[in-house]
Design a protein around this ligand. Sequence first.
Ligand code: C2E
Ligand code: MG
Ligand code: MG
Length: 707
Amino acid sequence: EILGEERYAIAAPLIARVLQGEAQSYDWQPFPGVWQVISYAPKRDGAGRVTGYYVLGTDITERKAAEAKIHSLNQELAGHLVELENVSRALRTLSAGNRTMLRAVSEPELLDNMCQAIVESGGYDTAVVWFRLEDGPQSLRPMAQHGYPTGLPGLLGLQATWADNERGQGAVATAIRSGQTRVVADLANAPGYAHWQAELHDYASVIACPLRVAGKVIGALAIYDTRPQAFSPDETVLLTESAEDLAFGINNLRTRAEQLRSQEAMHRLTHFDNLTGLPNEMQFAETLTATLAEARQLHRPFALLQANIEHLSELNDALGFRHGDQLLCEFGNRLHSLMPYPAMVARLRGDEFSVLLPDSGADGALAAVQLLQQHLETPFRIADISLEVSAKIGVALYPEHGTTPHDLFRHMDIAVHLAKKKGVGHVVFDPAQNPDHSRRLTIASELRRAIEQGDLQLYLQPKVDMASGRLCGAEGLVRWQHPERGLIPPVEFVGLAENTGLIKPLTEWVVGAALRLNHAWSEQGCALPIAVNLSAHNLRDERLLERIHHLLATWQIAPGLFEMELTESTVMEDAEFALHVLHGLRREGIPLYIDDFGTGYSSLAYLQKLPVDYIKIDQSFVRNLSTRKESELIVRSTIDLIHDLGRKAVAEGIEDQASWDILATLGCDYAQGYFIARPMPAEQFQAWAASYQPPASCLPDRTEWSI
Ligand code: C2E
Ligand code: MG
Ligand code: MG
């Protein structure tokens, strides 16, 4: 009655059970918003028999509210767990992707590994990297994949496109065009996939993230999943980040590849000669340094050879640079094929080639020299002309001739120059003739003192007019009166002076001595021209003209009495500038000589431009005149050439009557040489001139010149 019928229906079975001795309880809502728990507990007597029951009502509204909250929280949690699982696979993808990135050394490897990581570490079904092509149909090229049932060939067969047409509305194409990540959650019903339904396999969703490399979208990373709605928003952010990392990795590898390519190109540029393709001076020097270190350790010898092609510039002048270049290439080829591995053949510069012969002593070096000379006997075919090419070779050996690259290079160079000077095919460096560096330094400082203290001497060698036999001038030649070593000839110190900056004071001394003599002789009324020799270094001296002008004015020298000689190579060293200086000297009234003609490579065209009055035929041609027929031929054509150019020919180094006679018949204008007189101290010159008798073959009716 108290409970009423409705509640009694609930309570009756409980009452029945509690009367059996089992406690009971149930929750109910007496009013909306209020919850109670009703408990029934059996009441027992002393013997434990159930005699009735207690009913206890407790308000549990709050607990009920808390339970409801917990329930809804649990549901929310379940949702989050799914999301979390998605995010965590994306995170796994991200970190596996990054590991891949660190390890990959090439772009294909990176793309493959990335796809594999997405599937295997991330747990997605399939990953594909698509690149866009800039071809006509704007194709999508699958570059790497993992998990696609028919692999790359299957993907290729899809003939996907990123073009904005009906087949290009999928996630990949739109991601590429827009540069934004695209997610399609339900492929079966997506309008963009209407054309692709047959190729979808079991895939239900896809995400495509653009790959942006160096500011340009080059493709997309696509991940396919068989569940619909597979990609949550947070996951999308993370996968986009993964794709950005992949793009970064691609960019890195491309930059590295580019760097490698330019490093290689740089290495080629800096280590190889452009023209011949042979190693250049830098590579040669590096190899020399390495060979030296090894040779030192293993106590092994090696040899260096330098071969200079002769008369290359003449060939350039005659046939043009293109053919000169062709000769250089063929010479390089010949040298390269003659010197087998491990010899290294390099082109140092211009006409200079070098060979490094590891494990080689003097014998090996000489065998190589012989081999080269022998093969040079076969003419080169350039521009349909058969050219005889010769080379001067210098040899330096380790350890005899130097233990540093610098010394070896220098000594090899000295040997070549000596070969040129002596007119022989090759020279092996001779330390006895070339004092070592510290010794050179001592000599240089002694020379400096000698110039300051006037320990130099001016020697004079007469020149005579060949037609009349008359004395017509003298050449001033310097000597060094050394306190211990005695009289030193110029070949032993002029080069040193040039290399140590002493050539300026030296030349000043010689010019001063010559002008003093000029002046003294003029005062005595027996003026005679005196020629001094200039070095290339003097020619480069910008104050040369100014100083000469000043000196000529000081000594009041009449024009023509003070002359200058310059070797062919001196003039050719800086041809344009030399021309300017020579014109300046000529304006000062100084007659000019080209010295040692025939040893350099001056071109005829250039020679014609030079304001010189005399050309001195080098003594190497003159000395053999009476014994070698070809010398006569050379001298004859040289004299003709000099006359054609409107200049006077001077022969130097005439040592005997026979040479004199030949030169006289060839029409040579002036003569100089031991046959007339050796160079003598300037103070003895007047006495010599007074007793001078012209050679017997001169026309007798000419009056003698006497001083
Ligand atoms: P150069 O100017 O060609 O001088 C001619 C050289 O040939 C001289 O050698 C002379 O003694 C030598 N000579 C002359 N006639 C004969 C001969 O019949 N037979 C032989 N075998 N030799 C002959 P020197 O005096 O030893 O001079 C050598 C070179 O040193 C000169 O060649 C010149 O280039 C240079 N030189 C000499 N004095 C000076 C100078 O004051 N300044 C500069 N820059 N160089 C100088
Ligand atoms: Mg001279
Ligand atoms: Mg000379």
